[in-house]
Design a protein around this ligand. Sequence first.
Ligand code: 5GP
Ligand code: MG
Ligand code: MG
Length: 187
Amino acid sequence: MYDGDIASVLISEEQINQRTAELAEILAKRYPPSTDGDPDSDLLLIGVLKGAMMFMTDLARALPIPTQMEFMAVSSYGSSTSSSGVVRILKDLDRDIADRNVLIVEDIIDSGLTLSWLMRNLASRNPRSLEVCTLLRKPDAVRADLEVANVGFDIPNEFVVGYGLDFAERYRDLPYIGLLDPKVYSS
Ligand code: 5GP
Ligand code: MG
Ligand code: MG
C-alpha cells in the first residue's frame, strides 16, 4: 500500500499497541471508576477529529474503565504545515461537559497552539477536570507551556503520517506512524 511513499516506519503497530496499553493502565489509576451508578460519572473522552480517531478507539478499548466518547472537529487557520493558533470549530460537542471528568485525546502536539485554544474553550464549559492524552509530541511543544500529563511518544521534528495522521487526507489508514518520503510533497 502507498508503494514507496513511506520512507521509514518511525513507530510500529506493536509499539503503538504496547504504549497504548501502558497509558490505559496509568489512566485507569488516575480515573478510578465511580460506584454511584451515575452515567455522568464516567470518564468522557473527547477525540479531536480526524487525526485522533484511531488512537481514541484503541485507547477506549484498552481502558479497563467505563468511558463515554465525544468528538470535536476544529480547523486552525494558517498554512497546511503550521498552525496559527486561530481556531474555528467545525463540529462542536453534542453534550454539556459541566462537572464531567474530561480527557482530550489528541494525535499530535506540534506548536501546541491548537490544543491551548481547545483547553481554554473546554475549560470555560466548567468540567470537573480537564486533562490531555496525546499519542505524539514534537519538540516545539515545550514552548507552548501546556500541562500534558499523558504522552505516548516524543518524536523528532519531522512530518509523520499514518494511524490517523494525514498528508492531503491520505495515509490515515496505515496501522503505524511513518515518515513521508520528501518526493510526495515536492511532486
Ligand atoms: P499545533 O497547533 O500543535 O501546531 O498543530 C497540531 C495539528 O497539526 C495536529 O493535530 C495535526 O493535525 C497537525 N500536525 C502537526 N504535526 C504533524 C505531523 O507531523 N503530521 C501530520 N500529519 N499532521 C501534523
Ligand atoms: Mg490533532
Ligand atoms: Mg492534517
